[in-house]
Ligand binder design. Structure first.
Ligand code: GRF
Length: 217
């Protein structure tokens, strides 16, 4: 079976991107990372991508001002040039236009550092601590026009410890992210994920319990 061609969209350090690249180094992995696209020329992840011999593209959002549609169209041109099958958002800090999202329906994934639908948006770890959450984690989901929403493909949970700081909690969640993103992309690339209404089915079954999935560290 030919491997699915994946673009990873980043804005920053790209540690999730690196986890996807590492997983895809295995030739039996059903996807290959063929493009890393950033809206920021100084994104740290671009260096990692280039070091791994992966094509990079930069589409700077600033000349487009508030015109999201034109910015997204410029990205779409790059994605088409590289014959992309699947898109993974990995710390990509731009809101996407509904038209662009529609072009990639059920073919664009995002990772969010919280157990959605809790703690959408930014500063998830600080807010989880402030709320006294006992469980926290990360979610991989298909992208829909609404931010940090869309059918959940996989979640990984961590227990919040009484002495956790934002940094310690964030580090533990990030380790989970680096496991669930490659695992999720594998499932999608193997066509094992079906979207039924607002939910995903994996091999015809509901998405597994996040606590069962990730052994507590
Ligand atoms: C991750 O926490 C991801 O969940 C969120 O942004 C962060 C990106 O980190 N969407 P990195 O660039 O992948 O290291």
């Amino acid at each position: 079976m030919s491997r699915q061609r994946v673009a990873v969209l980043i804005s920053g350090r790209g540690s999730n991107m690196a986890a996807l690249i590492a997983a895809a180094k295995d030739q039996s992995y059903p996807a290959e990372i063929v493009l890393v696209l950033s809206n920021k020329a100084d994104a740290g992840g671009l260096v990692t991508a280039r070091d791994n011999g992966i094509a990079t593209e930069i589409v700077d959002h600033t000349p487009f001002g508030k015109d999201r549609v034109a910015f997204d169209a410029a990205m779409q041109t790059k994605l088409e040039t590289h014959c992309i099958d699947l898109v993974c958002l990995a710390g990509f800090m731009r809101l996407l236009s509904p038209g662009f999202v529609g072009l990639w329906q059920n073919r664009m994934l995002n990772i969010h550092p919280a157990l959605l639908p809790a703690f959408k948006g930014l500063d998830t770890h600080r807010r989880a601590l402030a709320a006294g959450a006992k469980m926290h984690g990360a979610t991989v989901h298909f992208v829909v026009p609404e931010m940090d929403a869309g059918p959940i493909i996989m979640q990984g949970a961590v227990a919040v410890r009484p002495d956790d700081t934002e940094a310690s909690l964030s580090a533990r969640v990030l380790a989970v992210e680096h496991r669930i993103y490659p695992a999720s992309l594998r499932l999608v690339a193997e066509n094992r994920v079906a979207v039924v209404g607002d939910h995903c089915l994996i091999d015809g079954a509901p998405v597994p319990d996040p606590v069962a999935l990730i052994p507590q560290q």
